[in-house]
Design a protein around this ligand. Sequence first.
Ligand code: ATP
Ligand code: MG
Length: 440
Amino acid sequence: MKINIPKKVLFIINTLEKEAYEAYAVGGCIRDSIIGDTPKDWDICTSALPEQVKKCFKKYHVIETGLKHGTVTLMINRKPYEITTFRIDGDYSNNRHPDKVNFVRVLKDDLSRRDFTINSMAYNPTVGLVDYFNGVSDIKNRIIRCVGDANKRFQEDALRIMRAIRFASVLGFDIETETSNAIDVNKELLQNIAVERISVELNKLLTGINASKILLSFSSIIEEIIPELKPMIKFNENNPNIFNTWKHTIKSIQNIPEKVDLRLTMLLHDIRKPENNSTDGNKKHQQESSEAARKTLKRLKYDNKTIKMVKTLILYFDENIQPDNIHVKRWLFNIGEETFRKLLIVKRADITSQEEINNKELENLDVVSLVLAKIVEQNQCYSLNTLAINGKDLMDIGVPKGEEIGEILNQLLDLVINEKIKNDKQQLLKEAKKLSGVTP
Ligand code: ATP
Ligand code: MG
């Protein structure tokens, strides 16, 4: 098997080999190359100790990114390359990060501490592919399998549970039986893992091509990391004739583009449905689900922008949007164009994921989209930024500086949005004079 190694990586390997060290490209980049994907980055492993690596690249900028773990980062043309000394992990406490690492002389030891067979291959042009754990065969058969004893590997580091289902989702692979049994047996150990690390994996899982399948087969892992979802996942679970909320949720994830905020919105949009399931509970359901989603994402340490977006989308996903110019402009004024566009996508995913699709609602959405397109194309005004006059114009006609300026601008904007007057400077000035009592 031949792997196309970039020139810079080849240079790094050659430089280390010239000094009689071993060096290989390793891990994710080899996996992706064999699959036929372009690797995001190229990691290198070597028998050289970090100090020795630094000596080999004296002329370059080398950053000591993780000396304790044997990693230095070499910068070539502003691009970083991680070079890590062959190592095995020391004892693990609390099912995460090893307490310390031990540097070793042989590649095989380094490869055997890696998580999955597909991630434990190394390559250099002289030796070729090194594949002690049959990674190539598992890639061919599209299988995620732990290196060594699966139970032990998840007990060492429970984050691997998330990594396993994430790779299965992203690559569309199946998880081998022993590995998937060990995932189930050890799932509670995920409680020992920092939430930030879990959400990184959750994001990748949710945006993977096989997200729905994995969410369905590993619902118990989702319950483990987001116990807030448990009542919803369990809701009507035992009635096989019912298209239940969890199935609807999973389907809606499949029906929405693979963006983190959109997929999180679908994952959480019915989180409080079981508690608000009466027909008149819709509004309350949205409000409570929105708030519960906010709290959940906060706990999982998501960034504020994502939290705000998801919270807003869930608050309005079930709202009926009237397909006329004025209403759409009001929406745009209230939540902004970006959020409104996402809201339409969320509504569409929600509607198309019901057991019975409501075509009327879909047609309504189509018209709303057309109305929106026209508003944007014609640059129609729905915000203060695009109002044809500003505070200075008002002061020029004699409105005193202070609160009144803002109030008048907002009243004018309201008139423009509601199409009572045109967004035209002269007309707006005339109206402003009336509103402010300034003599015309
Ligand atoms: P990605 O494409 O997401 O970067 P990756 O496999 O390269 O996937 P990294 O987190 O960059 O993932 O890790 C690089 C390599 O380090 C992996 O391929 C694997 O060999 C090893 N590795 C990473 N995390 C673990 C872990 N928790 N346990 C064991 N080995 C790991
Ligand atoms: Mg990587």
